[in-house]
Design a protein around this ligand. Structure first.
Ligand SMILES: CSC[C@H]1O[C@H](OP(=O)(O)O)[C@H](O)[C@@H]1O
Ligand SMILES: Nc1ncnc2[nH]cnc12
Length: 291
């Protein structure tokens, strides 16, 4: 079984990962355009860690401008087997208070202005997204959260909106009526692309606000979000460091098939495949295309 390589995509407020040893910012080139930044490749207790700030250092990219395909392709090229997203999010439930770390289980994707697949004309594939996060990876994240005494909740549905504006009051109420728990702008299509790239994915969503629905909290504003983010950045970094120390060094087979997602997913007949697209898929789908 392959070695574990831990990828970390840091969201708003998380632009570096203190504690990484032998770390070097490394330019990773691929066929999908520019990733958000160089990848900081280092190690913790001998485990290879690849850290990417999702919005770029200096927070350059808005959620709609992030090149999610390039980011996931770059992680795959670095050998990442297990990827955690550390993200800011709004809360749609009273009990998910600011400061809580939510280990998300499901997503509803309401984004509409981003490429969502590596596949397409000349190589069509359909992967399952029934269980978008890898429960075994979440087990390890949960153990790390417990060991670090963080306030966390396992489970919950993340509504991915396009942004960059926050939701209207009516939208906020609608998402609550749909049973969603937290809201953010970035984890889709990231989770879909990670699945296509056969990388185990898990979201740690840090609650920063009550979005706009809560009668006792005003509308969401960026100043309060940043304040909560600053208060929690160190907790997030401790969580990642603990996870890196404790996660098994051999990659464990994913119970929901994240690491074999392409086994039966590609529909296009071998003779009808577009060589140019196949070349771009060398990292993401190399395991299955080079069989
Ligand atoms: C800083 S508030 C809005 C911004 O924060 C979240 O990004 P990320 O998931 O990268 O932490 C949210 O999705 C919005 O993009
Ligand atoms: N209320 C909110 N809506 C969308 N994205 C967010 N990120 C942090 N808080 C958010």
């Amino acid at each position: 079984m392959a070695e574990t390589v831990l990828g970390v995509i840091g969201g708003s407020g998380i632009y570096d990962l203190p504690g990484l040893e032998k770390a070097v910012w490394t330019k990773v080139e691929g066929p999908w355009g520019e990733p958000s930044d160089e990848i900081r490749i280092g190690e913790i207790n001998g485990l290879k860690i690849c850290f990417l700030p999702r919005h770029g250092r200096g927070h350059i990219y808005s959620p709609s401008d992030i090149n999610y395909r390039a980011n996931i392709d770059a992680m795959k090229r670095c050998g990442v087997s297990d990827l955690i997203s550390v993200s800011a999010c709004g809360s749609l439930k009273e009990e998910y208070e600011p400061g809580t770390f939510v280990l998300v289980e499901q997503f509803i994707d309401r984004t509409f202005a981003r490429p969502k697949s590596f596949f397409g004309k000349g190589c069509v594939a359909h992967v399952s997204m029934a269980y978008p996060v890898s429960p075994r990876l979440v087990d390890h994240v949960e153990a790390a959260a417990r060991a670090e005494n963080l306030t966390y909740r396992r489970g919950g549905t993340y509504l991915a909106m396009e942004g960059p504006q926050f939701s209207s009051l009516a939208e906020s109420h609608l998402y609550r009526a749909w049973g969603c728990d937290v809201i953010g702008m970035t984890n889709m299509p990231e989770a879909k692309l990670a699945r296509e790239a056969e990388i185990c994915y898990s979201t740690v969503a840090m609650v920063t606000d009550y979005d706009s629905w809560h009668p006792d909290h005003g509308e969401v504003d960026i100043q309060s979000i940043i304040k909560v983010l600053h208060e929690n950045a160190e907790n997030a970094q401790r969580l990642v460091a603990r996870l890196a120390r404790d996660i098994p060094r051999k990659h464990e087979t994913c119970p929901v098939g994240s690491d074999t997602a392409l086994d039966y997913a590609i529909l296009t007949a071998p003779e009808a495949r577009d060589p140019a697209l196949l070349a771009k898929l060398d990292a993401v789908a190399g395991r299955i295309l080079n069989e």
